[in-house]
Write a protein that binds this ligand. Structure first.
Ligand code: C6P
Length: 408
């Protein structure tokens, strides 16, 4: 059992939550798309620009060394947050999407050949699908998918049918952004290792919501986005096992990633710097470091418990609404609920909710193939975070009950 936390006091850390939208108190349930930012993160970023701003790794002056310390300090915090063996295993990226593209285009270009298999699942976000399609097109590799079953989980009892020795990489999401399913990532990594496949975990929906330890999980790569876990947009990280990062060629070329350059050729720094060409998002990294400190002070186990309590409350209420159908599993799920309403298209329902100050998300959630498979036009999704309350879930349920009558 985790420590007792004053969740109401925590809410006061988020200035944006204290406002009315369309004359109603804002209920922000679009956290899976992007979370809100606590004062601690906003202040850390402001302080950096007010006091320390300069370029990193270059200038031999005080501000540059402060900026470098702040940037590298953030890398160390992220490494500890993910349980990485060292800060050199953390590459700063713009977010999940960029991290996956980096692996597909560097590791993939070097190690994936015609006839190899790239194994994904049917519940992947476009970010963990399109970069692999591009790699397959370039190399002649084949894509294969672990199916999603009726109950919104992966067909794991038949995993051996797809996870065969031809699989070079198995890339899968930790938590589905549409179904809420939590995949058993450590088991999947173990199974992949047994056939010699490398693993990549899309932790976009998990890194800020539950404890994630890359060495306990046993993954080779893991990617996440800062903006979904209280940090600014435009910053995220790729964790890569040192041995793999070392074996990968650089990605973008330019300043910061080189040791020496002649007109003809260049030599490159070691990881992670060889993957960080150009001036990085220093302010973003500072914000990410502050977000990590903030989340660690609350504790991810407690955050997960709070997410789950809200989700269970929402699931019970939604199931009682006529013509409303919840997608995804009942158990082993994260803090989001996707659902459909017979009488309303997800876009119309989401617009209706917005009229009441309730921010939901409606559509395919960048899961077009999954929606097609489930024969859904999309879903309406409520996604929770630790600053949300049971009273807000009750208010959502009341708005949706009105919507059932409105659209009937
Ligand atoms: N999902 C949502 O569900 P970026 O845009 O790079 O920060 O994250 C992409 C991404 C990758 N994987 C998963 C599982 C995700 O959920 C997301 C982002 C958002 O609302 C936007 S579609």
């Amino acid at each position: 059992m985790s420590k007792t936390i004053d969740w109401t006091a925590i809410r006061a850390d988020f200035p944006i939550l204290d406002q009315e939208v369309r004359g109603k108190p804002l209920i922000y349930f679009d956290n899976a798309a992007s979370s809100q930012k606590p004062r601690a993160v906003i202040d850390a970023v402001s302080r950096y620009y007010e006091r320390d701003n300069a370029n990193v790794h270059r200038g031999l002056h005080e501000l540059s060394s402060r900026a470098t310390d702040a940037y590298e300090g953030a890398r160390t915090k992220v490494a500890a947050y993910l349980g990485a063996a060292s800060a050199e295993e953390i590459v700063f990226t713009r977010g999940t999407t960029e991290g996956i593209n980096l692996v597909a285009q560097t590791w993939g270009a070097k190690f994936v050949r015609e006839g190899d298999v790239i194994l994904l699942t049917e519940m992947e976000h476009h970010s963990n699908l399109v970069p692999w399609q591009m790699l397959a097109e370039r190399t002649g590799a084949r894509l294969r998918f672990v199916p999603v079953t009726e109950d919104g989980t992966l067909a794991l009892e038949r995993l051996g049918e797809w996870l065969t020795p031809e699989v070079k990489i198995f890339a899968f999401t930790h938590i589905s952004n549409s179904l809420g399913t939590i995949n058993p990532v450590a088991d999947l990594c173990r199974a992949a290792r047994a056939v010699g496949a490398v693993t990549l975990i899309d932790a976009a929906q998990s890194a800020g919501h539950l404890p994630v330890d890359v060495r306990e999980i046993g993954c080779d790569f893991l990617v996440f986005s800062g903006h979904k876990m209280c940090a600014p947009t435009g910053i995220g990280a790729l964790y890569g096992r040192a041995e793999l990062l070392d074996a990968m060629p650089p990605w973008h070329g330019g300043g910061e990633m080189i040791v020496s350059v002649s007109y003809e050729r260049s030599t490159y720094k070691k990881a992670p710097y060889k993957f960080e060409a150009g001036t990085p998002n220093i302010g973003g990294a500072v914000g990410l470091g502050a977000a990590v400190d903030y989340l660690e002070a609350i504790g991810r186990a407690a955050i997960f418990e709070h997410d789950l309590a809200l989700t269970q409350h929402a699931l019970a209420g939604l199931s009682a609404l006529p013509g409303v159908h919840v997608q995804g599993p009942r158990d082993r799920r994260g803090g989001l609920v996707g659902f459909t309403m017979d009488a309303a298209h997800p876009h119309d329902l989401t617009t209706y909710a917005d009229q009441h100050g309730l921010a939901l998300r409606g559509g395919h959630h960048c899961n077009q193939p999954l929606m097609k498979k489930l024969r859904l036009p999309g879903t309406t999704r409520a996604s929770f975070y630790f600053y949300n309350t049971t009273a807000e879930v009750d208010r959502m349920l009341a708005i949706l009950a009105d919507a059932v009558r409105f659209f009937a």
